[in-house]
Write a protein that binds this ligand. Structure first.
Ligand code: PHE
Length: 342
């Protein structure tokens, strides 16, 4: 009896000092096993109960129970201390320092060509034109024949063509969309057709093997050259400023008759003459004309019933002028130093 009592108090003292000097959670677990586990020191005491007289058993049993509870409480207490410690250090680690400078977020930008294209589209959409698109890989028929350019016609040389195979090519202009739209619609049609075109040209600061065009055309009863002239003036003022004047020069395209080229007064020097307008005060911006009867016919329209005008402009050229850029290749190189300026 005396022996077991002193064993109990010794275990208590041992446990307390060992728990106190514990340095981490693992050590606590080891002690828990050592004292309270199945083969633990405290558990073993219960086995010794059988050597005690039945009268004394309840008292000793109580003492062991109390010891067990005390050791468990001490262990829990130390364990929660370690838990709080680790939480605190995590908090310190994860603390948000609101005084740190933020990481810059880089936003994408709209490509300058897309911007100019969108402006052109907006101007014509406001006038009731709808947007149509055609394929970049195009049939020779739509790119040439239907546009009144038969094979062997010298006009085929006006646009150096990338052929894919016999009868198929990369479209050299957006004019084939005229035919594709007419085939599927009835007049009146008022359409704007933006897109990429390809030409097998020497690459330099002025020309590239691909570029963008916007084609516009209007077919209806009684469409006249005056309508064309009116729309070109309106577009030019919207695009280049209210004071912009236009100049119309006779030209030649197989798919329009009469054909014209349209210049706008140089908005860089207010038409006084500068390097960009080559001291003429004028900038050439587009080709246009009254749609040739043969083209209306190819599209399935009756040229005795309806007339139309069409125009086509290069977007890169317009963007070069608007942004004061001197090399068309910059638009296709995707150099961030260039693109991030827009
Ligand atoms: N398709 C012509 C070109 O690429 C431009 C144009 C379009 C001219 C429509 C007149 C009418 O040069």
């Amino acid at each position: 009896m005396f022996e077991i009592k002193s064993q109990i108090s010794k275990i208590k003292v041992d446990a307390e000092s060992l728990i106190r000097s514990c340095e981490n959670k693992n050590e606590i677990e080891q002690l828990r096993v050592r004292f309270l586990g199945k083969k633990g020191v405290v558990t073993a005491l219960y086995k010794n109960l059988k050597d005690i007289t039945p009268e004394q058993r309840p008292e000793v049993g109580d003492l062991i129970n109390t010891l067990k509870d005390e050791v468990a409480r001490e262990l829990d207490c130390k364990q929660s201390f370690f838990l709080r410690e680790s939480l605190r250090s995590r908090l310190v680690e994860e603390e948000l320092d609101v005084t740190l400078p933020g990481k810059p977020v880089t936003l994408g930008r709209i490509h300058p060509i897309t911007k100019v294209l969108q402006r052109v589209i907006d101007i014509f959409q406001a006038l009731g034109f709808s947007v149509a698109e055609g394929p970049e890989i195009e049939k020779e028929y739509y790119n040439f024949d239907a546009l009144n350019i038969p094979s062997h016609h010298p006009a085929r040389d006006m646009q150096d063509t990338f052929f894919i195979d016999v009868g198929t090519l990369l479209r050299t202009h957006t004019s084939p969309v005229q035919i594709r739209v007419m085939e599927n619609r009835k007049p009146p049609v008022r359409v704007i057709a933006p897109g990429r075109v390809y030409r097998n040209e020497a690459i330099n600061a002025r020309s590239y093997c691909l570029f963008h065009q916007v084609e516009g055309f209007y077919v209806d009863k009684h469409v006249t050259f005056a309508d064309l002239k009116g729309i070109l003036g309106h577009f030019s003022r919207e695009m280049f400023g209210a004071k912009t004047a236009i100049r119309i020069r006779p030209s030649y395209f197989p798919f329009t008759e009469p054909s014209l080229e349209c210049d706008v007064s140089c908005f860089l020097c207010s038409a006084k003459g500068c390097r960009v307008c080559k001291y003429t005060g004028w900038l050439e911006i587009l080709g246009a004309g009254m749609i040739h009867p043969a083209v209306l016919k190819a599209g399935g329209f009756d040229p005795d019933e309806v007339q139309g005008y069409a125009f086509g402009m290069g977007i890169e050229r317009t963007a070069l002028l608007l942004y004061g850029i001197n090399d068309i290749r910059l638009f296709f190189e995707n150099d961030m130093r260039f693109l991030s300026q827009f």
